[in-house]
Ligand binder design. Structure first.
Ligand code: NAG
Ligand code: NAG
Ligand code: NAG
Ligand code: NAG
Ligand code: NAG
Ligand code: NAG
Ligand code: NAG
Ligand code: NAG
Ligand code: NAG
Ligand code: NAG
Ligand code: NAG
Ligand code: NAG
Length: 490
């Protein structure tokens, strides 16, 4: 093209005055210049895309550099650890923690766990510590229980729960700590729970199994950007803690045959946020607790100010979110929003019984979606599983529980509120509920329930509730709050 244009220009040059010739030569130069510029631009574009491909490859191949969150940073290998999945690295973790504990006046330290399989027995964390699990880093809990230290029972439980006397401690443990972060680029803490579950089922264990991560009486805890899996018992157990954030974690265990592998048990904790996480385990995905019967009442530390948001949870044997059954220190001010519960036995369950005392109060659930459950919302007041010596006259109060924006499909029984004469359920409210039931009767079951159904509710609310219109005006007051139509056949 350029060649053709050039010859056309040259063939016309001779018939024109000099000034024109000058113009044409400049035009010719101009075209040539444009041509060069075009070539350069094409070349530049190609070379930058080459650079970006190389850059992209480098990004994918090279490991992400660990984020630095503290002034002092250590590598687990500096303490003699070997990531072959066979060498026991307890000593390396302990030496690292001792080093970091010396820096508590200087902002603490970060321990980087590189990619590899790091077998260890239980160890303790320290204050002002960041445990950082690189992509591909796996901390493996040793299976031989003789390495697991025994600890005194939790005061609000009285004894070890499954057995009298002491209990196994947790794989990663801490007491009376402040400012602890467990994070990373999605590294994993793996409890290798299979051997524990098998021994538990064969009744070979003499003590209650230990959790995967347990922090007791600690403040300012962040757990984020990691995966926790196959815990021997409950997975993440903050006990009597204040200011705990769990964000962007994945918690996994087999959905059946992994007894008591709850995802997160907030136990007598206040100011807790759990968000942006995926939990699929062998028991409750999330449980909110505060101690067991007379021991919990005596300890008296409630779980309060708890927010759960943007979670996807699954529990084939139990519930997506449970409050109780151990709630004897009280549970209040819980907000759950933007939750999805799928392929589970139950969606949201509050469970208690005479003997548990205290209260479950001020609970709000909004924008919750259920996919394929047996029961959606459950309140159960006869969950009788008590330690010896409990006082059946200690009656819990269940009050102010609201459900707004509850949707779903393939739920056999969307709502089952089982209050009793001793423990009536008070102040429940439902607004904007539409859950498609695959069963054609008893889909909104109630017993001893006082509360309101506001605006359109599907399935039609039980007769126990007062009916309000969307503007909040009473349409019909119930005269059968104590009526019972609970049907456990489904
Ligand atoms: C930690 O040490 C190991 C072995 O020396 C090394 O491969 C890894 O890159 C180190 N990680 C960091 C973050 O320094
Ligand atoms: C961990 O800390 C607890 C409480 O401070 C203590 O009883 C236990 O012995 C410690 N465990 C280890 C392995 O140091
Ligand atoms: C969640 O964690 C992964 C790694 O575990 C990280 O790549 C991602 O950016 C995190 N997302 C948020 C919102 O923090
Ligand atoms: C983290 O790892 C788990 C388990 O391998 C995986 O299911 C999850 O999707 C990963 N999370 C992110 C944010 O990459
Ligand atoms: C449990 O106790 C019995 C009897 O003392 C003992 O033989 C067994 O080894 C113990 N099992 C474990 C796992 O500690
Ligand atoms: C809660 O803990 C976080 C993380 O350590 C900290 O940044 C924040 O200041 C704490 N909040 C309060 C109210 O102490
Ligand atoms: C999780 O990882 C993402 C991406 O690396 C980072 O931006 C975010 O701050 C991390 N979140 C926490 C709470 O550490
Ligand atoms: C509740 O806890 C959150 C942190 O999860 C905190 O920001 C907030 O201030 C607390 N609210 C009250 C009333 O203590
Ligand atoms: C919700 O959580 C998921 C991880 O489970 C995350 O990928 C997503 O970004 C979160 N959404 C919001 C709005 O934070
Ligand atoms: C409701 O929750 C879903 C899924 O958890 C989320 O995608 C959606 O943005 C939420 N809606 C509102 C209004 O927050
Ligand atoms: C429940 O909320 C009400 C009204 O906001 C408040 O007065 C009451 O103290 C709360 N109950 C508990 C146990 O926090
Ligand atoms: C319903 O039962 C409660 C006790 O739980 C009782 O106080 C109340 O009077 C009963 N209401 C009716 C209408 O019978």
């Amino acid at each position: 093209m350029v060649e053709v244009f050039s010859s056309w220009w040259t063939s016309h040059l001779h018939q024109h005055p000099r000034w024109l010739v000058g113009l044409f030569t400049t035009r010719r130069t101009l075209v040539f210049l444009l041509w060069i510029v075009g070539l350069v631009m094409v070349f530049w574009w190609q070379s930058t895309s080459v650079v970006s491909i190389v850059f992209f490859r480098w990004r994918v191949v090279a490991p992400q550099p660990d984020s630095v969150m503290r002034a002092a940073v250590f590598n687990l290998t500096d303490f003699g650890a070997v990531g072959d999945g066979k060498t026991l690295n307890t000593g390396a973790f302990e030496r690292a923690v001792v080093e970091i504990s010396k820096l508590r006046e200087k902002g603490g330290g970060q321990l980087n766990v590189p990619a590899g399989l790091w077998l260890t027995a239980p160890f303790n964390l320290t204050s002002h510590m960041t445990l950082f699990l690189a992509n591909g880093a796996v901390i493996l809990g040793i299976e031989d229980e003789s390495y697991w230290q025994l600890m005194p029972p939790l005061p609000s439980y009285g004894y070890g729960r499954e057995h009298n006397g002491p209990r196994y401690g947790s794989l990663i443990h801490g007491q009376n700590l402040k400012d602890v972060i467990i994070t990373g680029h999605n590294g994993t803490i793996n409890g290798q729970g299979h051997s524990w579950w098998t021994k538990y089922k064969k009744k070979l264990l003499n003590y209650t199994r230990g959790p995967l991560v347990q922090l007791m009486r600690s403040n300012d805890i962040v757990i984020s950007n990691i995966t926790l899996r196959d815990s021997p018992f409950w997975t993440l157990h903050p006990y009597d803690c204040n200011n705990v954030t769990v964000s962007n974690v994945t918690i996994l265990a087999p959905v059946t045959g992994a007894p008591n592998t709850d995802g997160i048990d907030r136990d007598s904790c206040k100011n807790v946020l759990i968000e942006n996480s995926y939990i699929c385990v062998g028991d409750d995905a999330i449980a909110i607790k505060s101690g067991w019967d007379q021991y919990g009442i005596a300890y008296g530390h409630p779980s309060t100010n708890i927010t759960l948001r943007n979670l996807t949870v699954r529990s084939v044997v139990s519930a997506g979110v449970s409050i109780g059954s151990e709630m004897s220190g009280g549970v209040s001010n819980v907000l759950m929003e933007n939750l999805i519960v799928w392929d589970s036995r139950r969606g949201i369950r509050i469970k208690t019984a005479p003997g548990r005392g205290a209260y479950v109060q001020n609970i709000t659930c909004q924008n919750v979606t259920f996919h394929n459950l047996r029961v959606g919302i459950v309140i159960k007041t006869d969950y009788n599983e008590h330690p010896p010596g409990f006082d059946p006259k200690s009656l819990p109060i269940i009050k102010n529980i609201s459900f707004v924006g509850i949707h779903g499909h393939d739920v056999l029984v969307p709502v089952r509120l089982h209050g009793s004469e001793e423990i009536p359920i008070k102040g429940v409210s439902f607004r904007d509920v539409s859950v498609q039931s695959s069963y054609n009767k008893h889909v909104f079951q109630c017993s001893y329930v006082e509360g309101r159904a506001i605006g359109p509710i599907f399935p039609a609310p039980c007769e126990n509730l007062d009916i309000y219109d969307e503007q909040g005006n009473v349409v019909m007051r119930s005269e059968s709050q104590n009526k019972t139509n609970i049907d456990y056949r489904i």
